[in-house]
Design a protein around this ligand. Structure first.
Ligand code: GCW
Length: 674
């Protein structure tokens, strides 16, 4: 989205040229130098002319970017009142007459605020918007806006579908790939200000001096773009690389080891962000190995890192094999009793739903249930359970669905968004992370539409009130074209894509029926894994009477983890939102659905409609041929063909399998595959 192609509408380009007659970016720091460079580069390409950079104000229509501290003109501009609302990282763009000349000011209280403002200004031009005549003021609603890379040091990426890791540990620290710089630009352009470089499942090697030197090189590249580096900290690091016999968080040698390690890290990276920790989950070590709690573990690290103003992001994604009744419940059971026990520099990072990044899941019951602990959102950009690298699925609607869900924790209106931005429980720390979908593929994310998910995460972390439609349209305008005919169809294509994959893979609240291990394609029949919750049959529970997971009081009672107002929405089989029906209920095959169809017929209808709609996506895309360059057009065409095959596969496999329980007929026009 930072391609900066020439503005296609020549009248508009002429007007932009008129309104951007000169550039003034007084600067004495690296961030503002970047802001100037980005403006010069972006404008010369968009406007197809070299906008002169000036050190003194000489003419009307000068764009001035800077902070009051570095630019006396801005200091005299009488905008201090407006700037207050911009906070530490925000910006304002405001037209002003200065020294008798019409100017456009892009300012902030900090250099990074100015850089964000510059990217916003460029976005206005990229998306064919008018030059502002009224002040724009914008500040992020969430403090930590992060990408979590699941990248291993051998450059494989866990659940990565876009090639290998972009971090080339072999050539670091000396060789700085241009990609690191472009990565930082892309992130800064959408306000992302933190990156966790390593996989939550990685070993502790990254904490050794040889690797810290490499991490430092990346941190040095990212710093002027406002991006802090974080690392995963394997809980057993004191044993793995420290030679200790234990990693018990209450042991003095262990505490001392972490103190020294952290001191060492900060000697390389003075603004190191902190640690992300996966503990006692899926076989990872953790404090429970020593009969300590998650709070004991997190606090030990938090105490050691506090003097440097670092933070600890502790993950709530935990489930174990000895909890066979319902994995849905474990995180809540483990963490709610610990509310109030975490240090102030600990955030708990919670996945959007209680199972695992499903195509659709209700919001995680932890949101709203731990008022004394700042909860951070973990979304997944890499489409582990959503068709991976071959499917066009725009995730903003999924993110928004979770963010707008009402937890009722402090009465109506306590949405998940307001829990995580800290406003419901008055937290100072707040965060949203996306598990990155970036790899070394030539187009970064594999599927040409996958970048939209990276983009959406950044935009929503900055402002969760943006609509999916706004985000899709912005991204399409910058990435493809400002043509209205194109935008109309392409926006709809993106907005419908997530519902479509739900329909043809996991409709009516079905979940986790993907191929075991790789999670690609359907495998609802699998029942041979030694851990019950790794078997799809554990989740759909189809039998001769019906299908679905009873999570009401007659079943696992996971519903009891939600506030009564939420519970009431879902606990009655007759009023439960049908999109979650089989998530919360075991439903008889002949149950009457709102459509008038019985459950089996509805299941057939959903699978058929979903698969047909992928054919519709193909037709829509075909109609967009005149607006897209041949290379990307062909890529998406081929990928949609794969998606069409996948959708048919999902439909046929699931219906043929579930029919062995329902014993009811398939739709009359159905021809079984050869
Ligand atoms: O979604 C599951 C994935 C694992 C992942 C785990 C987690 C990093 O299948 O690959 O491990 O969640 O989030 O920790």
């Amino acid at each position: 989205w930072l391609r900066y192609p020439p503005v296609a509408d020549k009248m508009l380009q002429a007007s932009y040229r008129y309104h951007v007659s000169a550039l003034m970016v007084p600067s004495s720091d690296a961030t503002l130098n970047i802001a100037r460079q980005e403006l010069l580069n972006g404008l010369s390409r968009l406007l197809q002319t070299q906008v002169p950079a000036t050190a003194t104000l000489r003419q009307d229509e000068t764009v001035i970017a800077g902070t009051a501290q570095q630019c006396p003109l801005i200091a005299q501009a009488n905008i201090a009142g407006l700037l207050k609302a911009a906070g530490n990282e925000g910006f304002m763009i405001v037209p002003k007459i200065l020294q008798g000349k019409r100017c456009l000011l892009i300012s902030g209280n900090t250099s990074i605020g100015v850089l964000y403002g510059v990217f916003h200004f460029l976005r206005l031009l990229q998306t064919a918007q008018p030059i502002p005549v009224q002040p724009i003021i914008s500040a992020p609603k969430i403090q930590l806006r992060m990408l979590d890379h699941w990248d291993n040091l051998n450059r494989t990426v866990e659940r990565g579908y876009a090639g290998f890791s972009i971090w080339n540990w072999h050539t670091l620290p000396t060789y700085i790939d241009q990609r690191y710089i472009d990565y930082a630009r892309a992130n800064a352009s959408i306000g992302i200000n933190g990156t966790v470089l390593t996989n939550v499942n990685a070993n502790a090697t990254v904490l050794t001096p040889a690797y810290l030197e490499k991490v430092k090189a990346l941190a040095d590249v990212f710093r002027p773009y406002g991006i802090r580096v974080y690392l995963t900290a394997r809980f057993s690091a004191p044993m793995e690389i420290g030679g200790l016999a234990t990693a018990d968080p209450l042991n003095d040698s262990v505490r001392g080891w972490w103190k020294e390690k952290i001191k060492e890290i900060y000697s390389y990276i003075p603004d190191f962000g902190g640690f992300l920790v996966k503990a006692n989950s899926e076989g990872q070590p953790g404090p429970q190995d020593y009969h300590r709690t998650h709070a004991d573990g997190a606090n030990m690290l938090a105490d050691a890192i506090a003097p440097y103003k670092g933070i600890v992001i502790w993950r709530a994604f935990v489930y174990s094999h000895d909890n066979p009744i319902d994995r849905h419940k474990q995180a809540y059971d483990d963490f709610v009793p610990l509310d109030g026990q975490f240090r102030p520099n600990v955030l708990l990072q919670v996945k959007n739903g209680a199972i695992d990044f499903m195509p659709r899941e209700p919001f995680h019951p932890l949101f709203g249930a731990m008022p004394k602990t700042p909860l951070m959102m973990e979304f997944q950009l890499t489409q582990e359970y959503l068709g991976q690298g071959t499917s066009l699925v725009f995730l903003a609607p999924l993110f928004k669905e979770t963010l707008e869900s009402d937890t009722y924790s402090k009465g109506a209106g306590s949405t998940v968004a307001k829990v995580i931005d800290g406003s419901v429980d008055q937290h100072m720390l707040s965060g949203m992370a996306g598990v990155a979908n970036i790899g070394n593929d030539i187009n970064w994310c594999g599927h040409p539409f996958a970048q939209a998910n990276w983009y959406a995460l950044g935009r929503l972390a900055w402002d969760h009130t943006l609509s999916s439609e706004q985000i899709a349209e912005e991204w399409l305008r910058m990435t493809f074209s400002n043509e209205l005919t194109f935008l109309k169809s392409a926006t709809r294509l993106m907005l419908e894509s997530r519902d479509i994959i739900v329909q043809y893979s996991n409709p009516i609240g079905l979940h986790h029926i993907m191929g075991t291990g790789h999670h690609y394609g359907p495998a609802p029949w699998v029942n041979n894994q030694h851990r019950p919750e790794w078997n799809p049959v554990y989740y759909h529970k189809a039998d001769s009477t019906g299908i679905g997971f009873d999570r009401t009081a007659t079943g696992s009672n996971a519903l009891a983890q939600y506030q009564p107002a939420v519970r009431r929405q879902w606990e009655d089989i007759h009023t439960c939102d049908e999109k979650y029906l089989l998530w919360f209920h075991h439903v008889q095959w002949r149950f009457r659905m709102k459509s008038g169809r019985n459950l089996w017929e509805e299941l057939c209808y959903q699978y058929y409609t979903g698969a047909d709609r992928v054919t519709g996506m193909q037709h829509t895309w075909e109609s967009l041929r005149p607006f897209v360059d041949p290379q990307r057009f062909a890529q998406v065409t081929m990928l949609l063909k794969i998606q069409q095959q996948e959708a048919t596969w999902w439909r046929n496999a699931c219906l043929l399998y579930f029919r062995t329980f329902s014993h009811m007929p398939l739709p009359a026009d159905y021809t079984p595959p050869d």
